[in-house]
Design a protein. Structure first.
Length: 608
């Protein structure tokens, strides 16, 4: 009986199904055809089911995901007890879904099954865990209609690790549209009815084409020569209903600049850089479409040592994209060749680094100062009566030479000069030794320390003044004198004879000539008097004290004569000048001979 009813309900005679089975191979037939064929030829089902036309109809075409599947199943009353209950279960990849079964009486059952995932389910009908069919029936569920709320947009440019894949100005870019049904299942647009439309609010972006990419995925290709972020809007239009539905999600597409362009990249080095300062080297990087490359990966190199690369500041953070301030520092006036490379942008490396134009930097020396102008920075020294030369070097504090042309005075050697407030020092104009060295000659007859200022033009250089110490010459025979600070001494007490060493310009000196040592001998004594360089003690005369000084015109036996012998030669001609201390109101007494005697009397009144 069932075999007679089912073909009639399906509307397909059994003979035609048999012809279909013989013509179409089994592996080419859809699953829903297999299900209908299997169900109609299942002898077990014919023996247990009275009628199931809705189920047969459901098996003969795919069901839509999310749409409830409802059918009636009439069991043969004589095959099951009255309390028997029908159970319906659909299984997909080990995940089971139970159907809701309502007993309508007299073997009738109303079944409602809702499946949201697409696929081929194994449908089992059982009564008291006993299957009504020999094996589970294949139930095909396909995705539901397109739902604008669940469709997804995907931009791969932001995830690209290769510059060739990233969205770049001047190249075709694309993004993907994932078509989904209401339950998030991948689906497709209705063929011949639904169309995909993408628009960009920025007119600089052109939508080129929209085409299928894979199952449920459509590829939208666009083109622009402008770098930046662009908002894309996607719509689904129906030809049949003339309805346009916008996808809920908007997509932001980021287009990176193209490779740097040598014609548009510029270097802006500092106009004048002095060593010891922090210099700023500005690089402007643009592509061929004048898009600023605002997140460039820079590397800098110079083959010359002594230069330090410091902070690289991206000026895009300060509203100046494409500009980079590169700080550097050096203390040497060498010739530096700057080589700059752009290795990538926004973390995406180029296939090959892009080399910017080479820049050559020649730093200016630091500011001129007195303390760096002398070869020996210690105190300068000279000798009386001898022309001295002060070598002045134009150098900064890092010992860099400063050529004369730096000061635009290349033909005037007198721009470098020395000024001294004392008239005892004669200074001649400077002469040029080389581009950065000047020679200044001086002469004086007075031994002392001179305070000097170094001038460049009319300006006194900072770091000064400096000192020039003029030392006397070795003692001169003509100008060295012997003096008795005390004209008389007590018997048994130590006497003192002062020797004033003077050079030929009458400058006091304490420096002996090592080739002509000084000794003071007492007549008829073998050992010379001991010498100590110290200030002598002078006697101050009063009005009632007679200064007793007697020359040795007529020497008497027993009296020791003092004789000043210079250079170990007592007979040197002319003899040394011998002077005595001068009383406050008296005249200076100068003996005519070099021999001198003095008496031993009472102790003098005071010493100063």
């Amino acid at each position: 009986m069932a075999a007679a009813i089912l073909p009639h309900v399906c509307g397909v005679p059994k003979s035609k199904l048999q012809v279909l089975n013989s013509i179409v191979p089994r592996y080419q037939r859809p699953a829903w055809v297999e299900a209908g064929d299997q169900f109609q030829t299942d002898e077990r089902a014919e023996g247990l089911l009275q009628n199931a036309p809705d189920l047969l109809r459901a098996l003969q075409k795919p069901c839509k995901a999310g749409r409830p599947l409802e059918f009636q199943v009439l069991l043969k009353e004589d095959a099951f007890p009255a309390q028997a209950q029908l159970a319906v279960k659909a299984t997909l990849q080990a995940e089971a879904f139970e159907g809701v079964v309502e007993d309508t009486g007299h073997g009738g059952n109303s079944v409602r099954l809702c499946l949201t995932k697409p696929g081929t389910y194994a449908l089992e009908l059982s009564v008291d865990q006993s299957l009504l069919t020999k094996k589970p029936l294949p139930l095909v569920v396909e995705p539901g209609p397109v739902c604008a709320e669940t469709c997804k947009l995907e931009f791969l440019g932001g995830k690209a690790r290769s510059f060739g894949i990233a969205a770049v100005a001047g190249r075709d870019g694309f993004f993907l549209v994932h078509i989904r049904d209401a339950h998030g299942n991948t689906t497709t647009l209705a063929k011949g009815d639904e169309l995909l439309q993408a628009v960009c609010r920025d007119p600089a972006v052109k939508i080129l084409r929209q085409e299928p990419h894979s199952v449920g995925v459509y590829k939208v290709t666009y083109y622009t020569e402008k770098a930046g972020d662009f908002e894309m809007e996607v719509m689904i239009a129906s030809k049949r209903t003339k309805v346009v539905v916008r996808l809920k999600e908007l997509l932001t597409v980021t287009v990176q600049p193209n490779y740097p362009c040598r014609l548009h990249c510029k270097l802006k080095p500092p106009l004048a850089y002095r060593v010891g300062d922090e210099g700023v080297y500005v690089v402007e990087i643009f592509d061929q479409y004048l898009n600023p490359i605002q997140n460039a990966m820079l590397s800098l190199r110079t083959d010359t040592k002594c230069l330090q690369w410091r902070e690289t500041k991206n000026m895009a953070e300060h509203g100046d994209p494409g500009h980079y301030h590169i700080a550097f520092y050096t203390e040497k006036c060498y010739k530096y060749i700057f080589k700059s490379f752009v290795n990538g942008n926004c973390g995406i490396e180029y296939d090959e680094p892009f080399e910017l134009p080479v820049y050559i930097l020649t730093p200016l020396p630091g500011e001129l100062a007195v303390e760096y102008c002398f070869e020996d920075r210690q105190q300068l020294k000279g000798t009386v009566g001898v022309e001295g030369v002060i070598m002045v070097h134009k150098r900064d504090r890092f010992n860099n030479k400063i050529n004369a042309d730096v000061f635009n005075r290349t033909e005037d050697d007198r721009v470098f000069s020395i000024r001294c407030e004392s008239e005892d020092l004669t200074i001649k104009p400077a002469t040029t030794e080389d581009d950065s060295t000047f020679c200044i000659t001086y002469f004086t007859k007075i031994a002392k320390t001179y305070i000097l200022n170094l001038l460049l033009g009319d300006s006194v250089l900072p770091g000064g003044p400096f000192s020039l110490v003029i030392v006397p010459q070795p003692p001169s025979t003509l100008h060295t004198c012997l003096e008795l600070p005390v004209p008389c001494t007590m018997v048994g007490q130590q006497g003192c004879v002062s020797v004033w060493l003077r050079d030929q310009y009458e400058n006091l000196t304490s420096a002996e000539d090592p080739n002509k040592p000084l000794r003071i001998l007492v007549a008829q004594e073998k050992n010379p008097l001991p010498l100590t360089m110290e200030q002598p003690v002078r006697f101050k005369c009063t009005d009632n004290v007679e200064v007793l000084v007697r020359s040795n015109v007529a020497p008497e036996p027993g009296i020791s004569d003092l004789q000043c012998i210079l250079n170990n030669d007592a007979a040197e001609d002319p003899p040394p000048v011998v002077v005595f201390n001068r009383p406050p109101a008296g005249a200076e007494l100068v003996p005519t001979l070099q021999l001198l005697e003095f008496d031993c009397q009472a102790a003098p009144q005071c010493f100063v």
